[in-house]
Write a protein that binds this ligand. Structure first.
Ligand SMILES: [Zn+2]
Ligand SMILES: [Zn+2]
Length: 48
């Protein structure tokens, strides 16, 4: 399942990037990315 980390919805055309802290994959949809919505990783790392 590809779910956006920020909004929790299934994403299309999302981007994936490693968490700067734990290198876990973080998935974000284009909407959340363009709105700069905060993401939160399982490890507790937060970012814009
Ligand atoms: Zn999203
Ligand atoms: Zn992390």
């Amino acid at each position: 399942m590809k779910e956006c980390t920020s909004c929790g919805k299934e994403t299309q055309g999302s981007i994936k990037f490693p968490c700067p802290k734990c290198k876990n994959d973080i998935q974000r949809c284009n909407k959340c990315r363009s709105l700069s919505i905060e993401y939160k990783c399982d490890c507790g790392h937060k970012g814009p």
